[in-house]
Design a protein around this ligand. Structure first.
Ligand code: GUN
Length: 282
C-alpha cells in the first residue's frame, strides 16, 4: 500500500517558511491577480490565491474584469501593473475569453513580474536551466518529491500530458534534476507500455480515472496533477486512486496533493520577484 504524499501539510510548512522570510523584508511583496469573465472554477482559484497571499503577508490586489473586456483594455491594465512599484508579480488567470489572445497578454507582462513563468523569456530560461522563476505546478511537484525524500536523479520519469503549463515544464525540471524523461500525449502509441516503465509517473491529462493500475509499475511514485470532477461532481485527479495506491510506493491524493503546492510556489515566486526588485533598486 502506497504512502500518501500530504501536499496540504508540506504546503503549510513551506508557507510558514515564506511567512518568516517576509517578516525580514523591508517592503511587502505585492501580487496582482487579474481575472476576466465568469468562469466559476477560475473564480475559486483566484479567491484561494488571494487568501493565501493575505495569510503569509503578501499584499494582493485582485482585478475582476467583465467578460466584455477588450484585449486592448486588458493590455492597458498590464502596462499599468508593469509600471507599479508596489506590484512585484502579475498573474492573469487562464483561460481567458475567446476574443482575447492569451499569448499576447502573457507576452505583455514584464518577464521579471511573470510569476507564472509563462512568458517566452522565462520559458527559455527554464529550458536553459537558468530560471528566473520556476513554473508553479511543476515546481510544486518537485518539492513534494524532494520533501518526501524521493531522489529523482537517474530515475525513469514519465510525464503524461504536454501542456505549456504543466507537461512541458515538468519534463524540464525533472531533466534538470538528472532524471531520464519521457513525455506521453494523446498520440503516444502503447501509452500503458510507456507508463509501466516509470519509476516516477506524473499525470497531467485532465481526465478522471485515466491512469489505472495496469499502467503503473509496482513500487512507482505517482504524482497526480489532474483536477477533475467525477460523475458525482466530486473533485478527483487523473489517477484511479484506490487501485493505483495498491501498487504504488508513494501517491498524491486529490484534493490535498499537488493543488495546495501550486499556490505555495506562486507565493514563493512573488517573494523572489520582490527580492529581485529590491536588489535592482538599491
Ligand atoms: N489556470 C489554470 N492553472 C493556471 C495557472 O497556473 N496560472 C494561471 N495564470 N492560470 C491558470
Amino acid at each position: 500500500m502506497a504512502k500518501l504524499i500530504d501536499g496540504k501539510a508540506i504546503s503549510a510548512q513551506i508557507r510558514e517558511e515564506l511567512s518568516d522570510k517576509i517578516k525580514t523584508m523591508d517592503k511587502k511583496p505585492g501580487l496582482a491577480v487579474v481575472i476576466v469573465g465568469e468562469d466559476q472554477a477560475s473564480k475559486v482559484y483566484v479567491r484561494n490565491k488571494h487568501k493565501a497571499c493575505e495569510e503569509v503577508g503578501i499584499y494582493s490586489k485582485v482585478f475582476e474584469l467583465p467578460e466584455e473586456t477588450t484585449q486592448e483594455q486588458l493590455l492597458a491594465l498590464i502596462d499599468e501593473l508593469n509600471a507599479d512599484s508596489a506590484i512585484h508579480g502579475i498573474l492573469v488567470q487562464l483561460p481567458l475569453p475567446r476574443h482575447i489572445s492569451a499569448d499576447a497578454v502573457i507576452e505583455r507582462i514584464r518577464p521579471d513580474k511573470d510569476v507564472d513563468a509563462f512568458h517566452a523569456v522565462n520559458v527559455g530560461h527554464i529550458v536553459l536551466g537558468d530560471p528566473l522563476f520556476l513554473p508553479c505546478t511543476p515546481a510544486g511537484c518537485m518539492e513534494l518529491l524532494s520533501r518526501s525524500g524521493i531522489d529523482v536523479a537517474g530515475k525513469e520519469c514519465v510525464v503524461v500530458g504536454r501542456s505549456n503549463i504543466v507537461g512541458k515544464p515538468m519534463a524540464m525540471l525533472l531533466l534538470h534534476a538528472n532524471a531520464t524523461v519521457t513525455i506521453c500525449h494523446s498520440r503516444t502509441a502503447d501509452l500503458a507500455g510507456v507508463t509501466r516503465r516509470a519509476d516516477i509517473l506524473v499525470s497531467a491529462v485532465g481526465k478522471a480515472g485515466f491512469i489505472t493500475a495496469d499502467m503503473v509499475k509496482d513500487g512507482a511514485v505517482v504524482i497526480d496533477v489532474g483536477m477533475n470532477r467525477n460523475s458525482e461532481g466530486k473533485l478527483c485527479g487523473d489517477v484511479a486512486f484506490d487501485e493505483v495506491a495498491e501498487k504504488a510506493s508513494y501517491i498524491t491524493p486529490v484534493p490535498g496533493g499537488v493543488g495546495p503546492m501550486t499556490i505555495t510556489m506562486l507565493l514563493r515566486n512573488t517573494i523572489t520577484a520582490a527580492e529581485n526588485f529590491a536588489a535592482a533598486n538599491k
